[in-house]
Design a protein around this ligand. Structure first.
Ligand code: GTP
Ligand code: MG
Length: 273
């Protein structure tokens, strides 16, 4: 079944929307919602059992928005409960914990679960996704940096926010932008407005930055075989430099990737006769 859009309404009229939270257990989904709706933080972990449901009203420009929030349990055990709730959603808060790499790596699986539940005709293009890189207050344990998270989100056309439910950092900004984007989408007849930077860099650039980040050595980073010649190294370097040069590429992480490529080439050329 196709994810349904609320009917286009006259500006100023009220609108009812459905929002869900998604992400691994314990990443802070419930705390983010609580921080925004109740202005408080609970440090004790109280796992959501199945689904928590709440209704809230927000004002976006001249419209009153009634928001039905379905806060999902992240534990795999609740899969069967969750999968009844994906349809007819206009907005998803997709959360990971910046100190838990697994929770970041799991984001694709969360999208796949939603897609599978919506079925072959389900359309995820008319849903606004806000990715929350949560627990940024835990700086010591951080292992997913901003550029990595932003790159993943923006290359999919999703909003990206750095948040802490504990301190409140980023939470209001996230919800405000999220609700404005949903209203824009509804007023735009269900098409995601092209307001983020997803169009400003290519998939090839995003994929290359990801590949460089996960490369195991300098050969691998330049995409040449160990023992390659100076010419091969220089050729591979030039190709990457054109793709990632900070003057040309605005993808998150491109500057670091470019520097890494320059260093890799220097290191390799030192040892090639
Ligand atoms: P499930 O309901 O099991 O899917 O988990 P959840 O994603 O809803 O996590 P929840 O909001 O219950 O938070 C899990 C734990 O992380 C709790 O102990 C929270 O206090 C803690 N927590 C949530 N957000 C933050 C944050 O921004 N910073 C810190 N330091 N801890 C947080
Ligand atoms: Mg929860």
């Amino acid at each position: 079944m196709e994810a349904s859009m609320p009917k286009r309404k006259e500006p100023g009229k009220s609108l009812r929307i459905k929002v869900i939270s998604m992400g691994n257990a314990e990443v802070g989904k419930s705390c983010i919602i609580k921080r925004y709706c109740e202005k408080r933080f609970v440090s004790k972990y109280l796992a959501t059992i199945g689904i928590d449901y709440g209704v809230t009203k927000v004002q976006v420009r001249d419209r009153e928005i009634k928001v039905n929030i379905f806060d999902m349990a992240g534990h795999p055990f609740f899969y069967e409960v969750r999968n009844e709730f994906y349809k007819d959603t206009q907005g998803v808060i997709l959360v990971y914990d910046v100190g838990q790499k697994d929770s970041f790596d799991a984001l694709d699986a969360w999208l796949a679960e939603m897609k599978q539940d919506l079925g072959p005709h389900g359309n995820m293009e008319n849903i606004v996704f806000a990715v929350c890189a949560n627990k940024i207050d835990c700086t010591k344990h951080r292992c997913v940096d901003e550029s990595e998270g932003r790159l993943w989100a923006e290359s999919k056309g999703f909003l990206y926010f750095e948040t802490s439910a504990q301190t409140g950092e980023g939470i209001n900004e996230m919800f405000q932008t999220f609700y404005i984007s949903i209203v824009d989408l509804c007023e735009n007849g269900g098409k995601r407005p092209n307001t983020n930077s997803s169009a400003s860099f290519t998939k090839e650039q995003a994929d290359t930055i990801r590949r460089i980040r996960s490369s195991k050595d300098s050969w691998d980073m330049l995409g040449v075989k160990p023992g390659a010649s100076r010419d091969e190294v220089n050729k591979a370097y030039r190709k990457l430099a054109v793709l990632l040069h900070p003057d040309k590429c605005v993808a998150p992480g491109s500057e670091d990737a470019f520097k890494a490529v320059v260093n890799a080439r220097t290191a390799l050329l030192k040892n090639i006769k």
